[in-house]
Design a binder for this molecule. Structure first.
Ligand code: UDP
Ligand code: MN
Length: 307
């Protein structure tokens, strides 16, 4: 099968030599295509979406890595995160956790703290439901737009097992057919990393399941359609911090393709939703400086001291 690189089998040992007694380190990893967006408003969205991630990361003292390089000419598009995560693990052995966050995901609870201690016995944490992944086999049973992966041998092995459906062209197209035949309600399209992971876990639950944590007590990923119209109500009733229905941690614009073509939703609906999510998140940052957006649909701000 397709390989991400030379086989490594003693990564835990190699790493332990590099680790001093430091606190658990988390690296936020995100990225986008190297070229300008097809959609004219896409680059502005990417810029503001990165600003949002940097705001969260700064306030929580998390380092950010933004990638625009093609690290593997076969694993392009949504598959690009796999070779990237692998290279970062190997180059940064002192880092314990990597948090992959899609470019179209917005941090909407700036106060929420990821409960890393909870995942002590696990190596991969995704938003999802065990019944949907292992029983139903739904391609939407987990989401790979925002997930935590531990820097360890297990994760290198998982990436190797995850990658073979990724190479662009015939392999990815054929694999897409297999995924659509085997996963519930999956439309016919080329193999995507999310479906491939559901397929891998479902068929090899014994091997991988034990170290995978499917999180649904807060929105490590939150489906934007269900969230973007609720922000005013949320601000009225709740306080930032919980990361769940009360104040969703991440709002992810699945299917919107802010940078590219052919969104699965009306472009206007996506654009309005993204504007609202960015301003909703930004309000929590601006509050520290005495400012707030006039309303969630505008970049204009008002001064809280003089209002
Ligand atoms: N991506 C990347 N390099 C690329 C293309 C995509 O790093 O050349 C990242 C980007 O962060 C994007 C993610 O891969 O958000 C997932 O791809 P996409 O948004 O197309 O998938 P979706 O989230 O819509 O399922
Ligand atoms: Mn996405």
């Amino acid at each position: 099968p397709y390989r991400l690189g030379p086989k490594i089998s003693d990564w835990d040992e190699q790493r332990s030599k590099s680790i001093q007694s430091r606190p658990t380190k988390l690296l936020m990893v995100t990225g986008s295509q190297p070229n300008p967006c097809d959609n004219p408003t896409g680059d502005n969205f990417l810029l503001r979406s990165l600003k949002n991630k940097m705001d969260y990361a700064r306030l929580h003292e998390i380092e950010v890595f933004y990638n625009t390089a093609t690290m593997d000419d076969q694993l392009t598009g949504f598959w690009a995160k796999l070779p990237l995560l692998r290279r970062l693990m190997l180059a940064r052995p002192e880092i314990e956790w990597l948090w992959w966050l899609d470019s179209d995901a917005v941090v909407t609870d700036i106060a929420f703290q990821i409960p890393l201690a909870k995942y002590a016995g696990h190596n991969l944490v995704l938003h999802g439901w065990a019944s949907e992944v292992y029983v139903t086999g739904s391609w939407l049973g987990l989401n790979t737009g925002s997930f935590l992966i531990r820097n360890c041998q297990w994760s290198l092995d998982l990436l190797d097992a995850w990658a073979p459906m990724g190479p662009k062209g015939t392999v990815r197209i054929k694999a897409g057919e297999i995924l659509s035949q085997n996963l519930r309600n999956r439309p016919v399209f080329e193999a995507d990393d999310q479906s491939a992971l559901v397929f891998l876990l479902r068929n090899n639950q014994q091997m991988w399941g034990e170290r995978v944590f499917l999180e649904n007590s807060y929105y490590l990923h939150g489906y934007w359609v269900a969230l973007v119209d609720r922000y005013e109500e949320i601000m009225e009733k709740n306080q930032p911090g919980p990361g769940d229905e009360r104040w969703p941690f991440v709002t992810h614009f699945v299917g919107c393709k802010p940078c590219g073509k052919d969104p699965a939703y009306p472009e206007e609906k996506c654009r309005v939703g993204m504007e609202r999510a960015l301003n909703f998140g930004d309000n929590q940052v601006l509050a520290r400086y005495g400012l707030r957006h006039k309303h969630l649909g505008t970049t204009e701000t008002i001064n809280l001291d003089s209002s």
